[in-house]
Design a protein around this ligand. Structure first.
Ligand code: FES
Length: 153
């Protein structure tokens, strides 16, 4: 679907800005909003570039730089921390050989820290793309990453 087709799926009302930005980002194989995306959304919604840029940078789910094919978002909020999320973040940075906020050299994974993802009863928790995973352990994380790597090779 091209960008114009995405835009015209929504009435050109400012209350649709988040949905439109999400759709544009999800449509991009590198999971980010390009300058062109922001420009088109601003024009379509009759907003200034500054307003659109402000929105895209305010919400952590939007990225203005290319990301990996799989976005890993591990919860960095208090409940997950009580259940050892800190050591799991260390485990992920070790397995992926990147720090939070970075993308692996092969372009496969981006690791991000996130606020509560609403799975506190399964803490520690994370998301990979749109799927949530809870009751995480180092072993479980390793198996998830291995499974994706095998599928992609
Ligand atoms: S605090 Fe981690 S999912 Fe809620």
């Amino acid at each position: 679907m091209n960008k114009r087709e995405i835009l015209t799926q929504y009435p050109p009302a400012q209350e649709n800005v988040l949905q439109i930005l999400h759709h544009l980002q999800n449509n991009n194989p590198r999971h980010y909003l390009s300058g062109e995306d922001l420009e088109l959304a601003a024009e379509y919604l009759n907003l200034t570039r500054g307003v659109i840029y402000g929105i895209a940078t305010y919400y952590s789910m939007f990225s203005l730089k290319p990301r990996g094919r799989h976005i890993i978002r591990i919860c960095d909020s208090p409940v997950c921390h009580v259940f050892e999320a800190g050591s799991l973040i260390d485990e992920l940075t070790h397995i992926l050989e990147i720090d939070a906020g970075q993308t692996t050299a092969d372009g496969l994974f981006t690791l991000e820290l996130t606020e509560c993802i609403g799975c506190c009863d399964e803490a520690p928790a994370m998301m990979i793309n749109g799927d949530t995973f809870g009751h995480l352990t180092g072993k479980k994380i390793s198996a998830l990453i291995d499974r994706i790597r095998k599928r992609e090779n």
